[in-house]
Design a protein around this ligand. Structure first.
Ligand SMILES: [Zn+2]
Length: 225
């Protein structure tokens, strides 16, 4: 019998705010969305120019879409403190780089969730936007930027790829809208199986057309051979 241990209920860990350096200070549960008010755990009081102690000047609010919890959008209202250096007069706001990218309207945890929803769960951008509680263009831009960064700009993404398969797949089964998508699959493991001394047959169900490619790792370009 497994021994299950429990810890005290904790909104910070449940919502993974602690991983982003935040601490919840309030919550608002509505029928169609939830709002969590939060502040940074470690005040950023020291001047980045001269190192002197700053004094709190005011706060500003940054609204971010977080990972949806409880089947409704979860919004973070982060109250960001601004400080003024007592020695040189420099003014700065607390660093939220662990929480969200600059100018982003989604937390760093919500962005990969949105990308996975589109790529793996095959949700539409409209559905992803509704889940996050953001506008269609906001979700679309976040998914495109994340996809570009994780799937295209990563030069190591094609490491070990020697054979790819191309398949036309019907992803929408309605009378309206585009329903076909071209899928490119790494079939190197299948090729290796067929050329091994054991001469194992290809995996059942793998019927994709294969083409030989040459990978240019530096620029992520594929050249059909
Ligand atoms: Zn200073």
């Amino acid at each position: 019998m497994s021994h299950v241990t429990f810890s005290a209920p904790d909104l910070d860990s449940f919502c993974q705010l602690d991983k982003m350096g935040l601490r919840a200070t309030g919550q608002q549960i509505c029928d169609d969305h939830s709002v969590i008010e939060a502040v940074t755990r470690d005040p950023d009081r020291w001047c980045r120019t001269c190192g002197a102690l700053g004094v709190a000047r005011d706060t500003e609010v940054r609204r971010l879409a977080h990972v949806p919890l409880g089947w409704r959008p979860t919004i973070l209202l982060v109250r960001v403190r601004r400080y003024r250096c007592q020695a040189c007069g420099k003014v700065w706001r607390e660093d939220l780089s662990k929480v969200a990218a600059p100018r982003s309207k989604l937390t760093r945890q919500a962005v990969p969730r949105a990308l996975k929803s589109v790529v793996l769960d095959r949700l539409t951008i409209a559905r992803v936007a509704a889940n996050l509680g953001v506008a269609w263009h906001t979700a679309n831009r976040a998914v495109l930027d994340a996809g570009r960064e994780l799937l295209i700009s990563d030069a190591s993404g094609f490491d070990g790829v020697e054979v790819i398969g191309v398949d036309e797949h019907a992803w929408r089964h309605t009378r309206f809208g585009s329903k076909w998508v071209t899928v490119v699959i790494d079939l190197t493991p299948v090729r290796d199986q067929t050329t091994s001394p054991d001469e194992k047959p290809p995996q059942a169900g793998v019927t994709h057309r294969t083409v030989n490619v040459q990978c240019t790792h530096g620029s992520n370009t594929l050249r059909l051979g």
